[in-house]
Design a binder for this molecule. Structure first.
Ligand code: FUB
Length: 393
């Protein structure tokens, strides 16, 4: 893996990136410069050498903060990373993730894992999305018939998350946003999976700050005192949870994409995640219940749904025979990273499987993250070897 240098980073960057990191509004897109860039933090390279060794991998880039990497390899065989662009808006941390106040998207690309990474121009800014007001969270992308589609969650002016689509002729943008959010979309963390038959499916949803619990009845519940989970676990200990109702967990959602790729062809449905007995995972099973970051791969005839367990900080996976599920829980893909959130994608390049993920190595702050990539082992029996992102700890 390419070792990140905090001092000598020399990727092609934009003047806008530094403004974005410092909290200023980025300058208009289109002003590319090749420059020696100062690091995002003031730490020296020497300071980090010892501490770097505890991490399995090093950040892909150090010039901007990046998170929630959705990785795709399009027809040109280049690797494209669609990440969140973290930004310090000075908002205090809370359980609803208010500190994740991102406002734009910037694509990264590279020829191969470990190769030079290009940081592209701003692909989409919240100001260019008519329906969106704030919090541009984890995005994904799809490619169909020569067009590239960026899918992204954002809160509208009422503070309600929906999912938008934006279109470009280029994999790196700029993307032109649709005037309205996707009809019938809600919550966040969209990911779009293309099946072998050419159908596309969007998976989405996330609890707590992701608002999925507010849609449990099908209508948005704006009660300020609503639990963040189905059981009110937040202030409770594990012992307290034993007395909580045995509710089935909230599940991620799926909707087939229409031919136009900017609308749903059907109403979203639950994607059931089952335990080893075939029973739905329970809300209080925090080691296995769905929290956010649904991602689907197909290996042979098996569909792999991987997702974050949120407050237990793991990426886990479940397998099934259909993109709609049900999926049966199998095990861990990524152990907890440094930082609160764990969000990933899984992709194949040149015959190898990779896990893209993030941690907070550069900043030490949960809302200022950096993307990494590591090789992933898929065993002959189809199981995934869990990754330990902090082997030196
Ligand atoms: O980046 C903001 C949010 O944090 C994402 O949407 C979640 O998946 C978590 O990583």
């Amino acid at each position: 893996m390419r070792k990140a240098s905090l001092i000598f980073g020399s990727a092609i960057i934009l003047a806008t990136h530094l403004a974005a990191c410092s909290g200023e509004k980025p300058a208009p897109a289109g002003q590319e410069t090749v420059t020696q860039t100062p690091p995002v933090e003031t730490e020296t390279a020497e300071d980090t050498t010892a501490s770097d060794s505890k991490y399995l991998e090093q950040p892909l880039v150090t010039e901007i903060f990046t998170a929630d990497p959705s990785v795709h390899v399009w027809d040109d065989e280049r690797i494209y990373v669609y990440p969140s662009h973290d930004y310090d808006a000075g908002i205090p941390e809370d359980d609803l993730g208010s500190q994740y106040a991102m406002r734009d998207y910037i694509v990264l690309s590279m020829d191969e894992v470990g190769g030079d990474v290009t940081i592209h121009d701003v692909g989409l800014d919240v100001d260019d999305v008519p329906w969106a007001a704030q919090q541009m969270w984890a995005p994904d992308a799809a490619h169909k018939d020569g067009k590239y589609y960026l899918y992204f969650p954002a809160k509208d002016e009422n503070g309600v998350f929906h999912i938008g689509a934006a279109v470009s002729d280029s994999p790196t943008g700029p993307f032109t946003a649709e005037p309205e959010a996707i009809e019938g979309s809600f919550s966040m963390d969209p990911s779009v999976f293309e099946d072998d038959d050419g159908e596309y499916y969007m998976y989405f949803g996330g609890i707590w700050g992701g608002q999925l619990q507010r849609w449990a009845t099908g209508e948005y519940n704006d009660d300020p005192n609503l639990n963040t989970d189905l059981v009110n676990d937040d202030p409770l200990t594990n012992e307290d949870e034993a007395d909580q109702p045995d509710d089935v967990a909230l599940m991620p959602k799926i909707a087939k994409m229409a031919d136009d790729m900017v609308s749903f062809a059907e109403a979203p449905k639950d994607v059931m995640i089952l335990d080893e007995n075939g029973d739905p995972i329970k809300a209080k099973d925090h080691d296995r219940r769905f929290f956010e970051a649904a991602w689907v791969n197909r290996i042979g005839d098996t569909y792999y749904l991987s997702y974050s367990t949120g407050d237990t900080h793991k990426i886990v996976y479940a397998t099934g025979d259909s993109p709609y599920g049900p999926f049966t829980y199998q095990g861990v893909v990524n152990q907890p990273v440094e930082g609160w959130t764990n969000h990933h994608s899984i992709f194949q390049h040149n015959g190898k499987w990779y896990l893209a993920y993030h941690d907070v190595q550069l900043s030490g702050k949960s809302h200022l993250r950096n993307v990494k990539i590591t090789e992933l082992t898929v065993n002959d029996d189809g199981t995934i070897e869990p990754v330990n992102p902090m082997p030196g700890q």
